[in-house]
Structure formats: structure tokens, C-alpha cells
Design a protein around this ligand. Structure first.
Ligand code: COI
Length: 354
């Protein structure tokens, strides 16, 4: 056992890495040797630790099981061709998990423990981070309510955990999307902006229905009128009409995506006209009919940038033929070049781990 400032480290005696086929990695299905863990008890976060990855003992009465008091983040680590490891805008993830936690009446986690714990965890499991285009290590920090009790009130005990999963692409095949006409993801004053676990569970049933119609994801519309386009499944969404880029403004229904804001910045730097405003279903359907809708793409940490092949609305499928100078692919390359340390990092988004 080793201790680094407030962090206790217990290493696994033998690595599982030899059992992993790194050429065949369905997203999020394999986890590394270690995890970070910290408990909140008596109104305080206790000593953080890095321990071998494994099951966590939980009381069946724990509030997370009954009331879904759980929030999470998605981040990635990248390795360049010289073996250097980087995070991408990690402080934004730290700030956002605390914003999500506050909305679910959960305690905030201190920045130093987050950054130190994460960096030490990555150093320990460095062999799991593969270099090369498309390879990354997906990082999943999460907080769960562990107090036993089925009274509907906030827990007084929590666990903050970080697990790591070597990743390649999120989607195995093409992605077609359908505009939501009946179900909703988030409402005014709700928790749509937070990475609350339940936001994702609530999408599973309507997404399963969409899959039966041949669509892999839903583009969620505003809950009250279904007239405005908001988020694409687990991603933020951009529309290219002519040479202009459109995306919805963030609000209490929409996640303040780190990839989203990076793409807006990169688009501006590339001299592309970006309009951050409400985007109506009507204008996108009209643009598609007029041949002016060039692209729709989703952006997020796990998926990076995903150009959609078609969108469905009112039982009509509109094909999207990828243009030669695809904005989506251009932003994907620009982001990857920064993330893999191949391009200048003007805004200091890259943070060195080792
Ligand atoms: C991410 O992109 O990191 C997300 O949190 C989406 C997740 C459902 C995979």
C-alpha cells in the first residue's frame, strides 16, 4: 500500500490486460485493473483510494436503487505516438459533475482530489491506453447514494467512483435518427441539463421503439410543442443548412456538452457561420426538401462526431448524402488532432497526465 498526499493506492497483483482483445472492443464492455473510490460520510468526503477494479458491496436499501440518486460524467484520455497521455478539458467534467450533483441534492466533490485521483489512476493503468487513431480510454466518474433507507429524501452517504474502459468507436454501424413526435427527454425546470443516470434510462424505451422503425437514435424535441430540435440521443446535435451551422442553445433541458462547445469554437476559428439558436423541425424539413440540408451530426465525448445517414419525420425518411467537404468530419479531425497531440492547442484544452 502506497499513499500519495490524501490518496491510498492498493495495486492489483496480476493484470487482466492479457485477456483483452484490443482489436475487438464493443464500447464500454471491458474495464481496466483499477478504480478510484471515495466515500462521503458524516458530511465529508473521506480519504480517496485507488483499489483493484471489482464489485462494490451495497445494501439493498441504498437510495440509489430506489430513487435513482446518481450522476456521472464521460471523459477520455488519449496517448500520442511518443507514449504521452492527455486528458481533454477535464476541469469542465469536474465542474459539470458537481453541477449535476447539486441538482440531485448530492455533495460536490473537491477538484484537487478529482484531478489527482484521476491522474494517478491513469498512470497506474497506462498500459490500457493505446495510441493510434480511434483508440482512447473512456473514463466514467460517477456518484451514487449509498445510505440505506427507503424514505424519499436525499442520502447522507455517497460513493464517488472512477472506472476506465479502453475504447474505439461508439457506434458499430451507420446512424439514422428520427425526430421525436411523442416522447420527451427533458422538460423545463427538470434535470435535462444534468448527467443524471435516469435521463438515459428514460430514453431506452422510446429508442427501442425507434430501432424497430430502423432508427438508431432519436433527436429529441422540446417537450411542450415538439417543434424545436434539442439533443440527439446521448449527444448534442448540429445541422448544416447551406454553409451555415445551427445548434440549439443550452438551457435547463440540454446538456452543456464539452464536445459541443469545442465544435462551436473550432467552427468559428474556421470562419464557419454558427448560429446558436432554436432550430425548428419545420425549417429543417423545408431545408431537406429544398436540397439545402447538407448534414446533421451528433457530438459527444463517447461518440466524438457522428454524421447521420438519414432522418425520419412523420413517417418520411430523408436521406442525407455526405458532402465532400463534410463539416462533421472536419471537426472530428480537428478535435482528434488536438486530443492526440498532433495540432496546436490554442485554448489549453489538452492536460498532460504523464
Ligand atoms: C458520453 O458521450 O460520454 C456520454 O456520456 C454518453 C454516454 C451515454 C455514453
Amino acid at each position: 500500500m502506497e499513499t500519495i498526499s490524501t490518496l491510498k493506492i492498493e495495486k492489483r497483483s496480476n493484470s487482466k490486460i492479457g485477456d483483452v482483445d484490443f482489436n475487438n472492443l464493443p464500447f464500454g464492455s471491458v474495464f481496466t485493473d483499477h478504480m478510484f473510490s471515495c466515500e462521503y460520510v458524516n458530511g465529508q468526503w473521506q480519504q480517496s483510494e485507488i483499489i483493484p477494479y471489482g464489485p462494490i458491496p451495497m445494501d439493498p436499501g441504498a437510495k440509489v436503487f430506489h430513487y435513482g440518486q446518481a450522476v456521472f460524467e464521460g471523459m477520455k484520455a488519449f496517448k500520442d505516438d511518443n507514449g504521452k497521455v492527455f486528458l481533454f478539458r477535464p476541469e469542465d467534467n469536474w465542474a459539470r459533475i458537481n453541477k449535476s450533483a447539486a441538482r440531485l441534492a448530492m455533495p460536490e466533490f473537491p477538484k484537487e482530489s478529482f484531478m489527482e485521483g484521476l491522474k494517478e489512476l491513469l498512470k497506474l493503468d497506462d498500459a490500457w491506453i493505446k495510441s493510434g487513431e480511434g483508440n482512447s480510454l473512456y473514463i466514467r466518474p460517477f456518484v451514487i447514494a449509498t445510505q440505506s433507507g427507503v424514505s424519499a429524501s436525499p442520502s447522507d452517504r455517497y460513493k464517488f467512483i472512477i472506472i476506465l474502459s479502453p475504447a474505439q468507436s461508439y457506434y458499430a454501424g451507420e446512424v439514422n435518427v428520427v425526430f421525436a413526435e411523442k416522447y420527451s427527454r427533458a422538460a423545463d425546470g427538470g434535470v435535462g441539463f444534468a448527467k443524471a443516470a435516469g435521463n438515459y434510462a428514460a430514453q431506452f424505451y422510446p429508442t427501442d421503439l425507434a430501432k424497430k422503425e430502423g432508427y438508431q437514435q432519436i433527436i429529441w424535441t422540446d417537450a411542450s410543442t415538439h417543434e424545436f430540435l434539442e439533443e440527439a440521443g446521448t449527444m448534442n446535435v448540429f445541422f448544416r443548412v447551406g454553409d451555415k451551422l445551427l445548434t440549439a442553445p443550452t438551457n435547463d433541458r440540454i446538456l452543456d456538452g464539452i464536445t459541443r462547445k469545442s465544435v462551436i469554437q473550432l467552427a468559428k476559428d474556421a470562419g464557419i457561420d454558427v448560429e446558436v439558436r432554436q432550430v425548428s423541425v419545420k425549417e429543417i424539413v423545408a431545408a431537406a426538401q429544398a436540397g439545402e440540408l447538407k448534414e446533421i451530426f451528433g457530438v459527444g465525448t463517447a461518440a466524438v462526431v457522428v454524421p447521420f445517414k438519414s432522418f425520419g419525420y412523420q413517417d418520411v425518411n430523408h436521406k442525407l448524402n455526405a458532402p465532400e467537404n463534410s463539416y462533421g468530419l472536419k471537426f472530428k479531425k480537428m478535435l482528434n488532432d488536438i486530443q492526440y497531440n498532433r495540432a496546436e492547442d490554442k485554448y489549453g484544452w489538452r492536460v498532460v497526465v504523464k
